[in-house]
Ligand binder design. Structure first.
Ligand code: PEP
Ligand code: MG
Length: 512
C-alpha cells in the first residue's frame, strides 16, 4: 500500500471529500500557477467594463463552451450591480469596490461568489492589457488548486489538465458547475495538502471512490490506468449508441430527455441523443429584454420541430430570478413569495403572451405545458383557465396541448388525489422540492442536503405511488449516477437531465 500521504477516504465515512465529477485519472500533479503578461492598451476602466459585459453576453448567448451560458449572464448582472451609474473614476476605485464586495461575503453563505468577483476583476484587467491566465502544462496533469476561477475552467477545457483537485470550494460554485459540464474528474478535498516532498511524479485521482493517492504504488497506477482506459472506452461506446432507445435488461423502456434553455441548447441535446425535451426553462429568453411575441413563437416553433416530445415550462421568475423590465414588490423571502406560477398569475400579460406564443408555435402538434411552483389546485386551474381563454380569444385549437405541474412544493404532494382530477402530467423538480422539504436554501454554501437523502427518496416513492397521471423527474437527481437505478425501480420512466449526461445515462440503463 502507499504511504501516509495517500488521502483515501470513502464517501459516507465522515469523508469531507466531495466529488464534482466522477472519474479516474492518472497524471502529473501540477500546482495552480498563472502566466502574467502586460501589454499597453489605450482604453479606460469603464470601456473595459463594457467590453467585459459584451463578452459575457456573447458567452451567454452562445451557451458558453459548456452549455452553461446562464452562469455568464449571472456574472454580467453581478458586474452591472457593482458599477455606479456614472462609471468608475479609476482602476483603483474599481479594484477597491471588488475588494469591498469580497470582504462582505467572504465568510458568509455567499462565499462561493468570491471567485465570481475575482473572475470579473481579472476579465476587466485583461481588457486593460493586464493578463493573468492559468498556466497549462505540456504533459497530462492533475491540477491542484485552492479554488479556481470560471475563466480558468474555460482554459482547462482543451488543455492537458485531465483532473482537478480543489482544496476548497463548493459544489454549487460556478467553477464546479463548469467543471462538471466539462466531464473532467474533479473533487473538492475540503482540506489542505502538504505538498512538501512526498508527492510522486504521477498521482491518482479517483473521484468515483473519493480517493486521491499522492504517492501511489506501481500496482495502484496500473490498476487506475486500466480503470481510466475502461471508462474512456465506455464513454466512447455510450456516445456511439446515444441515439438508440434506453431499455433495461428487463425490457423496460426509459425515456431520457433533456433540460434546456433555448434553441441552441435544444440542438445540442439532439446531438447528445435526447429522446425529447423534458424541461424547457423559458425564463432564460426573458432575462435580458422582453422578447416579442414573434421572437417567442419562433423559438418555440424551432424547438418543437426538433423533437416530438417537448415539455415547455412557463416563466419561473421570482426567488433569485428577476426581470429588469418588471418590478416585483420588495419581499423579505423571495423564495417563498411571488415565484413561478404565482408571478405569472400576478403579471398576467406576460403569461398570456407566452401562452399565445406557444399556441401559435404548436400548429396542432402535441405539446406539454407545465406550470412551476404550484402549491394548490386553484393556482393550476386559474392558470389553465387563462390558457383556455387565450386560445378561445385567438381561435386556436389546443386540444393537443397537455397541461401539467412541476412537483416542487411539498403541499402539492398531499393533494395529489385532487390534482389527478385536473392535470395531465407531473414533473418532479427535486432541486426546489429538496429546498422546500428541508427548509434549506438550494444555493446555501454551508448547509448541504445529501442529494440522495432517504427522505427525498421516500418522498419520490410517495409521489410515484400516489399519482395516477404520468410523472417524470427533471431535477438534478435524475442525472445522479447512483440515483438512477433507484428512481427506475420506484417506477419513474421519464428522466430529464442535462444533455451531456444523456449518452452515459442511457448506457447505464441498458446495463440494469
Ligand atoms: C427543480 O426545481 O428541480 C427544477 C428542475 O427547476 P429549477 O432548477 O429550474 O428551479
Ligand atoms: Mg424549480
Amino acid at each position: 500500500m502507499s504511504e501516509d500521504v495517500e488521502i483515501i477516504v470513502s464517501k459516507g465515512d465522515n469523508s469531507e471529500i466531495e466529488p464534482i465529477f466522477r472519474g479516474v485519472v492518472v497524471g502529473r500533479p501540477t500546482l495552480c500557477a498563472y502566466d502574467e503578461t502586460i501589454e499597453k492598451r489605450d482604453i479606460d476602466i469603464n470601456r473595459a467594463i463594457s467590453l467585459v459585459e459584451e463578452e459575457l453576453r456573447d458567452k451567454f448567448e452562445s451557451g458558453g463552451n459548456s452549455g452553461n451560458g446562464e452562469i455568464f449572464l449571472a456574472q454580467r448582472e453581478l458586474l452591472k450591480s457593482i458599477t455606479p451609474e456614472r462609471g468608475f473614476k479609476s482602476l483603483d476605485e474599481f479594484k477597491d469596490r471588488i475588494n469591498i464586495e469580497i470582504s462582505k461575503i467572504e465568510d458568509s453563505s455567499l462565499s462561493s461568489k468570491v471567485m465570481d468577483f475575482k473572475d470579473l476583476e481579472q476579465r476587466v484587467l485583461s481588457r486593460l492589457g493586464i493578463n493573468r491566465v492559468l498556466h497549462v502544462p505540456d504533459r497530462k496533469s492533475i491540477l491542484i488548486a485552492d479554488d479556481i476561477l470560471p475563466q480558468d475552467v474555460e482554459r482547462i477545457e482543451s488543455s492537458n489538465i485531465k483532473g482537478v483537485v480543489l482544496t476548497r470550494g463548493s459544489l454549487t460554485s460556478h467553477s464546479s458547475i463548469l467543471l462538471r459540464s466539462l466531464t473532467i474528474p474533479s473533487i473538492i478535498l475540503n482540506r489542505d495538502i502538504d505538498i512538501e516532498e512526498k508527492i510522486s511524479d504521477e498521482i491518482i485521482l479517483d473521484s468515483i471512490r473519493c480517493k486521491l493517492i499522492l504517492s501511489p504504488t506501481e500496482e495502484e497506477i496500473l490498476e487506475a490506468r486500466e480503470m481510466e482506459d475502461r471508462l474512456n472506452l465506455e464513454d466512447r461506446e455510450s456516445f456511439q449508441s446515444r441515439f438508440e432507445i434506453a431499455k433495461t435488461q428487463f425490457g423496460k423502456k426509459i425515456k431520457v430527455l433533456a433540460n434546456v434553455t433555448d434553441l441552441e441548447s435544444a440542438k445540442r441535446a439532439k446531438d447528445f441523443g435526447a429522446d425529447g425535451i423534458g424541461l424547457l426553462r423559458t425564463e432564460f429568453m426573458f432575462k435580458e429584454k422582453r422578447p416579442t411575441l414573434d421572437e417567442q413563437t419562433n423559438m418555440y416553433r424551432d424547438i418543437l420541430e426538433l423533437f416530438d416530445d417537448v415539455t415547455i415550462r412557463t416563466l419561473d421568475i421570482g426567488g433569485d430570478k428577476s426581470l429588469p423590465y418588471i418590478s416585483i414588490p420588495e419581499e423579505d423571502n423571495p423564495f417563498l413569495g411571488l415565484r413561478g406560477i404565482r408571478f405569472s398569475l400576478y403579471e398576467k400579460r406576460l403569461f398570456e403572451e407566452q401562452l399565445l406564443a406557444i399556441f401559435k408555435a404548436h400548429s396542432g402538434r402535441h405539446v406539454k405545458i407545465m406550470f412551476p411552483m404550484v402549491s394548490q389546485i386553484d393556482e393550476f386551474t386559474q392558470a389553465r383557465d387563462i390558457a383556455k381563454g387565450v386560445a378561445d380569444r385567438n381561435n386556436i385549437d389546443i386540444s393537443n396541448i397537455e397541461f401539467g405541474v412541476m412537483v416542487e412544493v411539498p403541499s402539492l404532494i398531499l393533494a395529489i388525489k385532487i390534482f389527478d382530477k385536473e392535470v395531465d402530467f407531473y414533473s418532479v423538480g427535486t432541486n426546489d422540492l429538496t429546498q422546500y422539504l428541508f427548509a434549506v436554501d438550494r444555493t446555501h454554501d454551508i448547509l448541504k442536503i445529501n442529494p440522495l437523502s432517504p427522505i427525498l427518496i421516500s418522498t419520490l416513492r410517495i409521489i410515484r405511488d400516489t399519482a395516477k397521471r404520468p410523472v417524470s423527474i427533471c431535477g438534478e437527481i435524475a442525472g445522479v449516477d447512483e440515483a438512477i437505478e433507484t428512481l427506475i425501480n420506484i417506477g419513474y420512466d421519464r428522466l430529464s437531465v442535462s444533455a451531456k449526461l444523456i449518452p452515459n445515462i442511457k448506457s447505464k440503463i441498458r446495463s440494469m
